[in-house]
Design a protein around this ligand. Structure first.
Ligand code: NCD
Length: 313
């Protein structure tokens, strides 16, 4: 399983910008191998004797269960901390102290926290590798890698594709990381959002500066016929200071079977989930709806990443 040019042992995974194309390809290959092991035997004991702490200071269903399942399918043990109420942080302990403590038990630490930059603080406090599972509206690098893996699995390639992201591009950390990942490939990007939820200028200008074709619009009907991937996101209610502003934009886009009638036969619809009304459930039976396959890919990809940062593949 090894690749002489790629070594991720001991790597903190804080931002998607830390990864080269070659490292991403290696992770996709490993994730494909994990899929085979799981389908043959249900598990593979690469990480027996290793412990992962998963510290989720923000709600999570998929990402936390995906990491916990990935570690257990690799034969490793887990310290799941899912609620800040039940942790020492509720008693006033600093993030740095909590992480330093968990570092005494665990070989790898996965953290989700509402503050941008918190994963970096955790990484500075721990000797074990730290994996960012979402730092507020900042980044969500493992989601981006599993999204890249999913695009490749669904369409056979990433280069040459036209990829649209729609919804809350301002606060959505998944699209921040995914846009940065896709900038390594030869893709055309379209950002579809209401004016108030546009992709941050810092990201679009970085993409344009690196000659990635970027088109912005607020009209999905304008672009649906030409895209290969439609990546749909939830409006991030929890990031709004003023809920009236959330109410104004929450129903901006709904993907329906009618809309998809205008789309290509071999395009895919993705979503990091959870959804909150932006994809009609009638779309689920369409073969182009890839969001539940995307969830499963997340487990394979996180198995690959855990085994890689712990130096076992
Ligand atoms: C996303 C997140 O937490 O950023 N979910 C996930 O990790 N699968 C998207 C969201 O919450 O809207």
């Amino acid at each position: 399983m090894s690749n002489d040019h790629v070594n991720l042992t001991g790597r903190d995974v804080l931002s998607i910008t830390q990864f080269s194309l070659e490292e991403l390809s290696h992770l996709y290959t490993l994730a494909g191998q994990m899929r085979q092991f799981i389908s043959q035997a249900g598990c593979i004991d690469l990480l027996r004797g290793y412990i992962m702490a998963a510290v989720f200071y923000e709600p999570s269903t998929r990402t936390s269960s995906s990491f916990l399942t990935a570690m257990q399918r690799l034969g490793g043990g887990i310290i799941p901390i899912t609620e800040v109420k039940s942790s020492a942080v509720a008693k006033g302990e600093s993030l740095a102290d909590s992480i330093r403590t968990l570092d005494q038990y665990a070989d790898v630490i996965v953290i989700r926290n509402p503050e941008i930059g918190s994963a970096q603080i955790a990484a500075d406090s721990a000797e074990s590798p730290v994996i960012n599972a979402g730092d507020g509206a900042g980044e969500h690098p493992t989601q981006a890698i599993l999204d890249g893996f999913t695009i490749r699995e669904e369409l056979g390639r990433i280069d040459g594709l036209s990829i649209a992201m729609i919804g809350d591009l301002k606060y959505g950390r998944t699209v921040h990381s995914l846009a940065k990942l896709l900038s390594l490939y030869d893709v055309k990007l379209t950002f579809v959002a209401p004016e108030t939820l546009r992709m941050p200028d810092s990201i679009t200008s970085d993409l344009r500066g690196r000659n990635v074709p970027v088109h912005e619009t607020d009209e999905v009907g304008e672009i649906i016929a030409e895209v290969d991937v439609l990546y749909v996101t939830r409006v991030q209610k929890e990031r709004f200071d003023d809920l009236a502003k959330y109410e104004e934009v929450k129903g901006s886009y709904v993907i329906t079977p009618e809309l998809l009638r205008k789309a290509k036969e071999n395009m895919v619809v993705m979503h990091p989930l959870p959804r909150a009304g932006e994809i009609d459930s009638a779309v689920d039976s369409d073969k182009r709806a890839a969001y539940f396959r995307q969830v499963k890919n997340g487990m394979y990809l996180r198995m690959a990443l855990l085994a890689a940062v712990l130096g076992q593949v």
